[in-house]
Design a protein around this ligand. Structure first.
Ligand code: TXA
Ligand code: MG
Length: 353
């Protein structure tokens, strides 16, 4: 199969491409498309075969459910049962936007899409291409991140092409995404709203809308594993994810100690014959001397760090480094989301200095 790339990055959106992509979806094919978080790999969410194709293209375990993307709140009502009042409140506050809600499903969405679960994860993305595609196709679109399973999520169309070229019908290229980290997932099927995956919409923002919010104990880690021993409720959070080829270690602490530790470790690695990568910020890049030094963003602008994280991890794969040393980014609002992804990429390996 030859994967077509359709450029929809300029306004007004080229509707001929949206119509072409819609035809592909309606006939059971797959189209990757931009959202404000990361690129998604879309298929008709009500079509079992399309869901099977998504799992096959990604090489994803079939017990890891897909997120259903919608363009109107009524579509959530169409596919759910026992929808709690919090769903409407959260939708009013955050949709379209980077929030995914897990609710009880009815028969409209098949088990092939939900990995066999009786619940379904639903989100209304805040991206004009994504919304136009959902509206034009008339499909609710099942879409995981459009990467090969285990690789960093794609934040540019070129990332999607690297992973899925030849495996899907088309890619809608809407340019670089906005946020760069996957949506916050909340579970609404229990008494208390529970965060299953941290993202741009953080705990404080959720609490302002629904009051009490807790975090799934299965995703709270220390260096020995989950602190509670509980299994993460979102199946995708159980897998080792986002793993770069190079062995990643995070160094956290005071800036000066972090810089000198990374410099020392980099020198030692190079003496062992290893190729070294360093994840720095615009504030610290000049303080490193050895190895491939990449700048993830600006410490005073946490959005820049989130935005570039996956791209940096992919760049290090291309540079073929053996080890990567990274600073830590426990920033005020998105810190939990950033560190959740970075720690996963590092297999939780952290050195406190
Ligand atoms: O920002 C995003 O959410 C992106 C864009 C494309 O929308 N999508 C995304 O999809 O990150 P994916 O498949 O890479 O991650 C979906 C996560 C997985 O961890 C999965 O286990 C979880 O959502 N999930 C899906 N349905 C669920 C359910 N019914 N219950 C619990 N977790 C669920
Ligand atoms: Mg993913």
């Amino acid at each position: 199969m030859i994967t077509r790339i359709m450029d929809v990055s300029s306004e007004p959106i080229n509707m001929e491409y949206i119509r072409e992509a819609s035809r592909i979806l309606k006939s059971g094919g797959l189209v990757a498309f931009p959202t404000e978080t990361v690129y998604g790999l879309g298929g008709d969410a009500t079509d079992k075969e399309a869901s099977r194709k998504i799992y096959a293209a990604k090489g994803r375990p079939s017990d890891n459910p897909l997120i259903v993307h919608i363009a109107r709140f009524s579509q959530l009502e169409e596919i759910s049962v026992d929808l709690p009042a919090t769903a409407k409140k959260l939708a009013d506050a955050f949709w379209p936007g980077p929030l995914t809600m897990v609710v009880n499903k009815n028969k409209v969405i098949p088990y092939e899409t939900t990995g066999g679960l009786d619940t379904v994860a639903v989100r209304m993305p805040n991206n004009p291409v994504a919304l136009a595609l959902i509206e034009e196709s008339g499909c609710m679109i099942a879409a995981p991140s459009a990467n090969t399973s285990g690789r960093p999520s794609p934040t540019k169309a070129s990332h999607v092409y690297e992973d899925l070229s030849g495996k899907i019908e088309a890619i809608l290229d809407g340019g670089a995404v906005d946020i760069g980290l996957e949506s916050t997932i909340v579970d609404l099927t229990e008494d208390v709203v529970t965060i299953l995956r941290p993202g741009y919409i953080n705990m404080d923002m959720l609490r302002e809308v629904v009051g009490e919010v807790r975090i799934d104990p299965g995703i709270v880690y220390n260096d020995k594993g989950t602190t509670s021993g509980a299994r993460p409720k979102a199946p995708g959070m159980r897998y080792k994810h986002y793993a770069p080829k190079g062995d990643l270690t995070i160094i956290s602490g005071e800036e000066d100690s972090v810089v000198s530790t990374i410099n020392k470790m980099a020198k030692e690695s190079i003496l062992r014959g290893q190729k070294v990568g360093i994840i720095s910020t615009s504030e610290t890049a000049g303080k490193y001397s050895d190895g491939e030094i990449l700048i993830i963003g600006d410490r005073t602008d946490e959005r820049s760090i989130a935005h570039n994280l996956y791209d940096i991890l992919r760049q290090f794969d291309e540079l073929d480094v053996d080890v990567i040393y990274s600073e830590s980014f426990a920033t005020p609002n998105m810190g939990q989301a950033i560190m959740n992804r970075l720690l996963k990429a590092a297999g939780q390996k952290t050195i406190e200095v």
